[in-house]
Design a protein around this ligand. Structure first.
Ligand SMILES: NC(=O)c1ccc[n+]([C@@H]2O[C@H](COP(=O)([O-])OP(=O)(O)OC[C@H]3O[C@@H](n4cnc5c(N)ncnc54)[C@H](OP(=O)(O)O)[C@@H]3O)[C@@H](O)[C@H]2O)c1
Length: 287
């Protein structure tokens, strides 16, 4: 496996084994980070309407395509419907707005950003299914190549699978040392749904990269702690979505494929002490 490797989703669509996240302030910072990321070798770019930077992400992608002689189909673009746009009609409108902002005529991956939950919605199940129908219809007409969800716990995903025609292809969840969502990830994988990890380094200001076990293993292999974390995820067949505005970090995060963690090292990282996570619990978050 190397940085050009892909996984095949349950609909046959191929997605890169690593992706680039774009929670970056809108404007020139996002444009240049996306261009640097594509130049460094990233081929999966993750954004969301709530990040407020789809216009800049689209601009960065278009400029990078010209500068690196790439075709549209060489780059996968992923975006998400926010919870204020749940339901069939609102989601359809939100999708078309995202498409327009990105300046594209299709997106590769479109996700429901958060599940409606039972704490705030008596009809949470119907609401998620109704939102999902919009994704299914947009998928059927070719506006989206692969549809999925984000922040769905196992019971949200199980309900959606039971209530819908097309099974999700992706679940994007928070996953990092000290916050391994094993149950959600293993349930998705048991259903042949690809898992993506958001905040693989715990997000900005986190101590995840200082985790003692990760650092001990990094020392042994002469690698960066970040590279050990990425390997831990890749060896679980989880796609890490790393964000960086530093070109050196971007390159480091794509350059970690020439070593392998042992089973006991994988288990040791699984047991890292809680490092933060679930600032918003999908079961209780007001949304
Ligand atoms: N679906 C959801 O609800 C959801 C929620 C949150 C995030 N996401 C997605 O997941 C992506 C990643 O998560 P995130 O933005 O929270 O951050 P992250 O990938 O966990 O990164 C956290 C910080 O680590 C630093 N970093 C990156 N590579 C490094 C390296 N090799 N060595 C040392 N430091 C490094 C970055 O700072 P520098 O810029 O200084 O490198 C970054 O600010 C997001 O951008 C977004 O696309 C999705």
């Amino acid at each position: 496996m190397d940085k050009t490797s892909t996984y095949t989703l349950n609909n046959g669509y191929n997605v890169p084994v690593v992706g680039f996240g774009t929670i970056i302030p809108d404007g020139e910072q996002t444009v240049s980070a996306v261009k640097d990321a594509i130049k460094s070798g990233y081929r999966l770019i993750d954004t969301a309407e709530i990040y407020g930077n789809e216009v800049s992400v689209g601009q960065g992608i278009r400029e990078a395509m010209v500068e690196n002689n790439l075709k549209r189909e060489d780059i996968l673009v992923s975006t998400k419907a926010w919870h204020s746009h749940r339901g069939y009609e609102k989601t359809t409108v939100a999708f078309n707005e995202s498409l327009q902002k990105l300046g594209l005529d299709y997106v590769d991956i479109y996700l429901i950003h958060w599940p409606a939950n039972a704490k705030w919605h008596d009809d949470w199940r119907e609401l998620n299914a109704d939102t999902w129908r919009a994704l299914e219809d947009l998928y059927k007409v070719g506006k989206i190549k692969a549809i999925g969800v984000s922040n769905f716990l196992a019971h949200h995903l199980k309900a959606l699978i039971e209530d819908s025609e097309i099974k999700p292809m992706i679940n994007q969840i928070e996953y990092h040392p000290g916050f391994a969502q094993t149950e959600a990830a293993e349930y998705a994988q048991s259903q042949n749904i690809q898992v993506e990890a958001w905040s693989p380094f715990g997000g900005p200001g986190s101590n995840v990269l200082k985790d003692a076990t990760v650092n001990e293993i990094a020392k042994k292999y002469g690698k960066q702690p970040s590279q050990v974390i990425l390997h831990w995820l890749i060896q679980k067949n989880i796609i890490p979505l790393t964000k960086s505005t530093s070109i050196n970090h971007m390159r480091d995060n794509l350059d970690d494929f020439d070593f392998e963690l042992t089973g006991s090292e994988m288990n040791a990282i699984d047991k890292s002490p809680y490092s933060g996570g679930f600032q918003f619990d999908p079961d209780t978050a007001k949304s």
